[in-house]
Design a binder for this molecule. Structure first.
Ligand SMILES: Nc1ncnc2c1ncn2[C@@H]1O[C@H](COP(=O)(O)OP(=O)(O)OP(=O)(O)O)[C@@H](O)[C@H]1O
Ligand SMILES: [Mg+2]
Length: 507
């Protein structure tokens, strides 16, 4: 039987240095070496050489491996996902056998930890049908499995350590093979390091790291002294996938000869990076539906509501269109009256302060203006005016007459009058895939200057099951509208400061 050999470079006497990929999958790898010893280079070498043979997930704290997407078709998974989303993406990654890079660049250590654990746990918890072999590369593993409590919160550390322990100790049965690298063995949790049977030790200076390396490799301290003299790109290799005795290896630009693999290493599906991205970022037909609609308190006929919303007199803040709605209002005089009412309303709303004035005052103003224009019957009671105001403040105009929107409007009427506009504002953003509005925008739609009011509104609606608000690993908010499957894009909750420019992100 031919084995799939990853060509690492050359041994001390110039022979090719190979690593048995299948053996590696069941016995895992630990790489240690001081900064600059060549660990990331080595990782890149192994991952490049094996990319065609085995599915890979690269946990990438520095964004170093994003380029794999161009060269090998890896899909880059960014941290702008909520924990639940990331876990679902991980499950699809296993199902569809897509190689990925989890890009954690620019995140605080604590966020990197929770993001990686949500992702790793998702891979780990995948359905047993999808336990295909998969290489999980974790560079800077001491971030995710630190030996000691550091500055990060205990909770984040415990979760991350748990995920890493699962990967290294219990992952094999599930097809997950960990390959981890660290600058300092002493900083890496012992139980995580101990589960690797293959080692590549690079240049190491500190006695404490040398001692731990010697322990792991079963060498005496004297022999371990040689780690001090290694050059960048040189490693001592030991383990069932590498060598039975410690041998020096120089990682170099040797090309892998493609050989036929054993049946377990199946050829990966061939599809464009776009198609692969689509497979893992969108829900499959067999996945459970989105957030279910909240239990309805009272029923209002959808059609009735749809009519109310799309009828010209509710087309708030929008000029009355010359639509065939005239049939409904068969008298031209009635249409004209409505037009004048709308004009009065629009004028009222044109005042920037209108958004913050109490409804009662606005309603009185409205009636006064109606009287001045000699309209005796405004045709709007206080409740109807409040709803119209809510829609106007939400910026929801006419032309939204699809069935789901009708259901959303119907649901909005179960909320307190002054909250309906906020709910519809969110629904509109979600329907259009716009970023989630900030606290200040929500508060304004409610008629308040206080951003904390915006947060309160979200909590209120979330507790009653109308929405789900989540925060992604980039710290932005995502809101899902229950029962519609609509989700907003990620948006900052914080009010935008005047003059502040958005932070530029690396392309
Ligand atoms: N085998 C090699 N052949 C040629 N260049 C190498 C080799 N190994 C490492 N280098 C070069 O040495 C430098 C440091 O390597 P690398 O970034 O891999 O170190 P590292 O151990 O990952 O360091 P850190 O812990 O700081 O991330 C890089 O510029 C890399 O290109
Ligand atoms: Mg590195």
């Amino acid at each position: 039987m031919t084995k799939v050999a990853v060509d690492l470079g050359t041994t001390g006497n110039g022979d090719p240095a190979e690593m048995d990929l299948e053996e590696l999958l069941s016995t895992r790898l630990l790489v240690q070496g001081n900064s600059g010893s060549g660990k990331s280079h080595l990782f890149r070498r192994i991952l490049e050489q094996s990319a065609g043979w085995v599915q890979q997930a690269i946990i990438d704290p520095e964004g170093d491996f994003v380029s794999f997407s161009d060269r090998f078709g890896h899909v880059v998974v960014d941290a702008d996902r909520t924990p639940a989303e990331l876990a679902r993406i991980a499950a699809r990654i296993r199902q569809h056998r897509v190689s990925v890079v989890l890009n954690l660049e620019g995140l605080d250590a604590e966020v990197q930890m929770s993001c990686a654990s949500a992702f790793l746990n998702g891979l780990f918890d995948a359905d047993r049908h999808y336990w295909f072999p998969m290489l999980i590369a974790v560079d800077e593993a001491q971030i995710f499995a630190p030996s000691m409590a550091g500055e990060v919160a205990d909770e984040a550390r415990r979760t991350s350590l748990g995920a890493m322990t699962n990967l290294m100790c219990r992952g094999r049965k599930r097809g997950l093979a960990g390959m981890i690298a660290t600058q300092r063995l002493a900083k890496l949790a012992k139980n995580v390091a101990a589960e690797a049977s293959n080692f590549l030790m690079g240049r190491t200076f500190l006695d404490i790291d040398m001692a731990r390396a010697a322990d792991l490799l079963g060498m005496d301290r004297k022999q371990a002294e040689r780690f001090r003299d290694l050059e960048p790109g040189q490693f001592v290799a030991l383990g069932p996938a590498l060598s039975r005795r410690p041998i020096p290896i120089r990682i170099g630009p040797v090309e892998t000869a493609g050989r036929s693999g054993r049946p377990v290493l199946m050829a990966l599906p061939e599809a464009s990076p776009e198609a692969m991205a689509d497979l893992i970022f969108t829900a499959g037909a067999d996945e459970p539906a989105h957030l279910p609609a909240p239990v309805r308190r009272e029923s209002v006929a959808t059609r009735d509501l749809l009519e109310r919303v799309s009828a010209p007199r509710f087309a708030a803040a929008m000029p009355a269109a010359d639509e065939p709605e005239e049939e409904v209002f068969d008298e031209a005089a009635e249409a004209e009256r409505q037009e004048r009412l709308d004009a009065i309303f629009d004028e009222l709303m044109a005042d920037p302060q209108a958004a913050f004035r109490p409804v009662q005052m606005l309603y009185q103003d409205f009636l006064t203006h109606c009287r001045l224009k000699r309209i005796t019957d405004a045709g709007l009671d206080m409740g109807a005016f409040r709803r119209k105001l809510g829609l106007a403040r939400a910026g929801v105009g006419a032309g939204v007459d699809d069935a789901t929107w009708g259901e959303v409007v119907e649901r909005s009427e179960e909320l307190p009058d002054d909250m309906q506009g906020v709910y519809l504002l969110l629904a509109k953003a979600a329907r259009d895939g716009q970023p989630c509005p900030g606290d200040d925008v929500l508060a304004k739609a409610y008629g308040s200057h206080s951003p904390s009011r915006g947060r309160f509104l979200l909590t209120y609606m979330a507790e009653r099951g109308y929405i789900a608000a989540e925060t992604d690993f980039r710290g932005n908010r995502v809101v899902e509208i229950a029962g519609s499957g609509w989700r907003t894009g990620a948006g900052s909750a914080r009010p935008r400061l005047p003059g502040a420019t958005p932070r530029l992100r690396r392309a």
